[in-house]
Structure formats: structure tokens, C-alpha cells
Design a protein around this ligand. Sequence first.
Ligand SMILES: Nc1ncnc2c1ncn2[C@@H]1O[C@H](COP(=O)(O)OP(=O)(O)OP(=O)(O)O)[C@@H](O)[C@H]1O
Ligand SMILES: Nc1nc2c(ncn2[C@@H]2O[C@H](COP(=O)(O)O)[C@@H](O)[C@H]2O)c(=O)[nH]1
Length: 213
Amino acid sequence: SFLPPLHPLPMAGPRPVVLSGPSGAGKSTLLKKLMKEYDSVFGFSVSHTTRNPRPGEVNGKDYHYVTREAMQAGIDNGEFIENAVFSGNMYGTSKAAVQDVQAKKLICILDIDMQGVRNIKHTDLNPIYISIQPPSLDVLEKRLRDRKTESEESLQRRLHAAKVDMELSKEPGMFDVVIINDHLDEAYVQLKEALLEVILKTERLKGAIPDFF
Ligand SMILES: Nc1ncnc2c1ncn2[C@@H]1O[C@H](COP(=O)(O)OP(=O)(O)OP(=O)(O)O)[C@@H](O)[C@H]1O
Ligand SMILES: Nc1nc2c(ncn2[C@@H]2O[C@H](COP(=O)(O)O)[C@@H](O)[C@H]2O)c(=O)[nH]1
């Protein structure tokens, strides 16, 4: 006769979320809105970088700001899930960054470049991949210039990377959802729609099964 298993099979927790797209497309702007509205659902994976902090950025919150030597030592030591060089600086997602968020029973959101997306696809993280794209390269350039965070050299490097990114994001299967961030409020609604299932699942499960994660 059929006997149910003594211990039910462990259920997988909600999938992490990867947000990618050209520098200046609006990833951080959208992410900050989302984290503010759903602070009990999402947690940000704080990357490491060798670039200097921008005015207002906080070490340990926006990034872990480290030297090249420290970053390379961490990479050599196997502490990173993925890492890349972008616009002349090193960036990477540490295993600890993702674990810190998961320990708080939050859905982990990663803000990473296209190299990061490709590398994460070879891991077992299995996230939802969302690309945030600008309406055009001209609009992107204007946003980056108006942000006043980049030198001319850094700006040109970012625009060059953006052209590649905009092409790659069209490759079938690269992203689950592509959002054009023209009007911020509309892009934000689309982002919430893309994440609705995972938001509802988390809110429901947090109430019903506290140890789901
Ligand atoms: N829909 C929008 N309309 C107009 N300006 C926008 C819009 N979305 C974002 N911005 C502005 O564009 C600039 C770039 O946005 P943001 O810094 O969020 O981009 P990002 O994708 O996170 O860039 P990076 O990858 O370099 O960190 C910011 O000054 C932001 O205020
Ligand atoms: N592969 C990774 N890319 C990352 C990571 N953290 C951020 N980024 C990407 O870098 C660029 C530039 O960021 P900025 O803050 O200097 O403007 C942007 O596309 C980010 O998505 C990471 O850990 N890994």
C-alpha cells in the first residue's frame, strides 16, 4: 500500500532576480523604488568593486569598495560567484553577498553587467533574468551626462559597452523579460508585473510557512 514519505521533499525557495542592462539605463533607480516598496520581500546583493564611491554612496550598502589586490585575493580564494571588468574597474558578486540576503529570508536581487549574466548562467543560482534598456543610445548618453558621475573617458567606455549590451539583450533566451525604461513610472509598473508571482509567493509563504526558505 502507498505510504507517504516521513519527510516531505524540501521545496525550493523563490528564485533570485538578476537585473542587468547598460550603465545609465535606470537599474539602480528602479531597484531603489522596488526595495523601498517591498523591503520585506527583496534584499540587495552588495557587490564588490574597485571603483571609487560616488557622492552619496555608502560602503557596505551600495558596494563593498576594495583595492584591486584585495579583490584579486578574494577571487583567487574562490569567494566570488562571478566577477568581471567593466569600464576599467573590477566588479563581483561574492558568495557571502548572496548568502547574507538569503539568511534574512529575502529574495536576492543582483545588479550586474552582461558578462555577469553570462557567468551566472553557468552557476546553479537559477535567477529570473530581467534587462532594463534605455529607449535609445542618445537618451542613455544624456542620462549618463546629466548624472555627472563619469569622466569623459568612463562615459565613452560605458557607451561602447551599452551598444554591445543593447544588441545582446535581443538574443532569444538571454533574458526572461526586457523592459524599456522610457517613462520611469511605466517601467516600474512593468518591473512589478514581471516580479508579481515571486512577490505574491514570498508574501504568502512568509505568512504560512515561516521556514520556507
Ligand atoms: N525613466 C527615466 N527618465 C529619465 N531619467 C531617468 C529615468 N530612469 C533613470 N533616470 C536617471 O538616469 C540616470 C541613470 O540612472 P541609474 O543610475 O539608475 O542607472 P543604472 O542603470 O543604475 O546605471 P549604472 O549601471 O551606471 O549604475 C540617473 O540620473 C537617473 O535619475
Ligand atoms: N558582473 C558584475 N557587474 C556588476 C556588479 N556590480 C555592478 N555591476 C555592473 O557594473 C556596471 C557599472 O556599475 P556602476 O555602479 O559603476 O555604474 C553596471 O552595469 C552594473 O550592473 C557585479 O558584482 N558583477
